[in-house]
Design a binder for this molecule. Structure first.
Ligand code: FRU
Length: 555
């Protein structure tokens, strides 16, 4: 058995996911404090609560049994975050705070100013909220591998929406799904404050599921946090029955207090007789919910083009209007070949009916790697994050993690009531910009750091090409009123394009494979994630507009 002495604070908790064979013992003064003499053969969650400050001996026999491990002192975790444990054959490497950041930064493939989990799989942002001065990001997390699996809620906090502290896992599936060989677990949902200001989280539990596409059961729950917002302390199921015509997809609640109705309202993503739909529910007490009817049902063309359901519906007010944003899972746009796009509608909401100003859905992002967006109102703005992924391409095998979040964005409407996005003011305020000097007119040497390119003036005819040792890294073109972005992994079968007539502003953020494009005052946005040649060293721009290139560094 390998041995290591570790100091535990009083009350410190060790949490880990492991699978056998193997054993772990924690002892002090020759007394066993905790032991798993035979780890379960399926991955399982284990925890140990240390009572009195002191040094213990941790013994283990197989480092590969440990899939994810950390400890934390509940009294200090809000300031310090978790202490990461990495087991090897003869030692445990412990990292906390800045050491975790330095360790993550040493991964040459990891984006630097976009949030990513320390290890393993992450998808949707969930439960976003600001409590006091602290921003909370929860996320769909699979704690034992870099692929999607039984869902937990990971957690991180930030004072500025840019620099994040990694926190303990907040929410677990209701049973051990690995043992069943099933998927499911604690799916997406939102943070909500009732009229007394009590914070809670609404979310979906997918009960043990054996098929990824059908036949599963999804129920809605409330999780209340402990006072430090570290763990879900009490969980209640509040909605189990689906309305008629709604099959297995019945998830991703977003709940709000509706001033006009003087009652609570909830939207859920679903399908009605096969058409992607958003369902509206009402409640007076947050526990008993009644179905008020469909808020939106997609035209049949979506079903015919593969859409199975709406995921992660977002419904909120901005600029005096109601905005509905939806992801149509499974949908492939026949013209461009892009799939799982996000669409939005702007309109009015009265008598529990949503009346869009137009039936034409606005495409929210032409790039496709901007999915499961969740927005929330804070500091007088509608802030949003999204998951930068589309199932089309994925990180090369062997990567310690998968999934990044977009930069925080702010949503607003323009004078034509179109949904627009721009990086949130926190991003502008907390990220330094250092001008990159060209080596020839419009040819820039690139540092291995995030960059921002800005173009002001006529965009028609523009091209922005980044290369890594001469190989293309990303290319953005504006031609015939269309903006397009291409990456090395593209084979031309899918067209990533947006319409951009007469725009005169373009902003591009690039961070180790992540391209975020904001054009025409944020009406046209395009986001993509590349996994090849993602450290470009040259940027060549052709444009009649005024160009600036800056290197970005978080402060
Ligand atoms: C969207 C989604 C949600 C679901 C979650 C599961 O990416 O499929 O509909 O709640 O991810 O991880």
């Amino acid at each position: 058995m390998a041995k290591e002495t570790v100091f535990f604070a009083s009350g410190e908790r060790l949490e880990f996911w492991a699978s056998g064979p193997g054993a772990v013992t924690i002892s002090q003064d020759d007394q066993i404090l905790w032991q798993a003499s035979a780890l379960e053969s399926h991955p399982a969650y284990y925890s140990y609560h240390h009572r009195e400050a002191g040094t213990v001996i941790v013994e283990w026999d197989r480092p590969e049994s440990f899939l994810w491990a950390y400890s934390y002192d509940p009294a200090k975790v809000a300031e310090e975050g978790i202490r990461l444990w990495e087991f090897s054959a003869d030692k445990i490497s412990l990292r906390v705070g800045k050491d975790i950041d330095t360790w993550l930064e040493s991964d040459p493939d990891r984006p630097q100013i976009h949030f990513s989990p320390c290890r393993h799989w992450m998808n949707d942002p969930v439960g976003l909220c600001k409590v006091g001065e602290l921003w909370h990001l929860f996320y769909q997390f699979h704690p034992i591998g870099s692929d999607w699996g039984p869902m937990h809620w990971g957690h991180a906090t930030s004072h500025d929406l840019i620099n994040w502290l990694h926190m303990p896992v907040f929410l677990h599936p209701e049973q051990n799904l690995w043992r069943l060989g099933a998927t499911g677990g604690a799916f997406s949902g939102n943070a909500f404050r009732d009229r007394d200001g009590t914070l809670m989280f609404f979310y979906t539990e997918r009960l043990p599921a054996y098929d990824l596409f059908k036949g599963y059961r999804e129920v809605q729950k409330i999780a209340r946090p402990d006072r430090r917002i570290i763990k879900a302390e009490s969980i209640v199921t509040v909605l189990e029955e689906r309305p008629k015509g709604v099959e297995h997809d019945f998830r991703d609640p977003k709940v709000w207090w509706d001033e006009v109705n003087g009652a609570y309202r909830m939207v859920l993503g679903a399908s009605i007789h096969g058409d992607p739909a958003v369902l509206l529910y009402g409640s007076d007490n947050l526990v008993d919910w009644s179905y008020l009817g469909p808020l939106f049902r997609a035209p049949p063309s979506f079903r015919l083009e593969g859409a199975r359901a709406v995921e992660c519906p977002d419904f909120f007010t901005v600029g005096g209007k109601w905005v509905l944003i939806m992801g149509f899972v499974g949908h492939r746009d026949p013209e461009s070949g892009r799939h799982n796009l996000l669409y939005g509608l702007v309109g009015d909401f009265f008598d529990d009916r949503f009346v869009p100003h137009s039936d034409t859905l606005q495409l929210l992002d032409f790039g496709t790697d901007f999915y499961a967006m969740q927005s929330f109102s804070a500091s007088g703005r509608q802030i949003a994050l999204a998951w930068l992924f589309n199932w089309e391409f994925r990180k090369p095998d062997g990567s310690p993690y998968s999934g990044e979040m977009s930069v925080p964005r702010e949503l607003y409407l323009d004078e034509l009531n179109r949904i627009c996005m721009r990086p949130a003011s926190e991003f502008d305020g907390k990220v330094d910009r250092i001008a990159v000097q060209p080596i020839e007119p419009l040819l820039f040497p690139l540092p291995d750091a995030p960059i921002e390119v800005r173009l002001d003036g006529p965009l028609e005819g523009t091209s922005i090409s980044a290369t890594q040792q001469g190989r293309p890294s990303f290319t953005i073109c504006v031609k015939d009123g269309t903006i397009s972005v291409s990456l090395p992994q593209d084979d031309g079968s899918i067209r990533y394009e947006g319409t951009l007539p007469q725009a005169s502003d373009l902003r591009v953020i690039y961070d180790r494979g992540i391209v975020e494009i904001f054009a025409d005052h944020g009406v046209i946005c395009g986001t993509r994630r590349s996994y090849l040649d993602s450290q470009p060293d040259r940027l060549a721009i052709r444009s009649g507009s005024c160009v600036s290139v800056c290197r970005l560094a978080s402060t």
